[in-house]
Design a protein. Sequence first.
Length: 260
Amino acid sequence: MIRVLSRAVSRKASRISSSLVLIGVLGAAAAPSYAGVFDDDEARKAILELRAKVDALQKDVSSRIDGSQQSQLDLANQIDALRQELARLRGQIELLNNAVANQEKREKDLYTDLDTRLRKLEPQQVTVDGKSGTVDQGESHAYEAAVAQFKDTDYKGAIASFQGFLRQYPDSVYAPAAQYWVGTSYYAQRDYRAAMAAEQVVVKTWPDSTRASDALLIIASSQSDSGDKKAARRTLETLISTYPDSQAAAAARDRLVSLR
């Protein structure tokens, strides 16, 4: 009985031992399988992390590229704007230079015109009937205007202008001539009395003027035309004796012959 029990126990122990050995073998066989599964998860996780890093890096690179392109576009726009501003400034400079040149020309022309006018206003040295003197523009203009009236046969107007000239410029180098033209204008109007009175002023006031001999000739003509031949001959004789070398004296000699 005891032997039978002993054998039974031995058989169970053998079974248990076999089972344990099988479990060990199975465990050993299964161990690599579990390790493999663990390694794949880690690798998968690493790959995902690497992929995430790559994606982030790509995004960063793309962002930087986009930013660089935008910066280049902004820079190009700024350069274009600067070029346009430079062109505008160049245009303004050209306009300003042209305006300055025109202004300088106007100022130069104005200065020239002003200088010319001032020179005309300044007293000018002139020689009238052999006598030198200075006259200003107003004086010369007034005398020439009166002479123009005489030439236009406006004798009444000429008389008024010459008399006005003499009141304004009594010491003018033109004074003897102006007084002479007053007498001549009266003579042209056949106002012989006024003509003789006017010419006597020339003879008495400016006896050394060349107009004095001409004045005597007008006086003689006025006397002759008014019928006083005797007085005319005396005046002509005075003219010849006082101004023998004058042109009026030559004309006086011819008239003496006709009066005799």
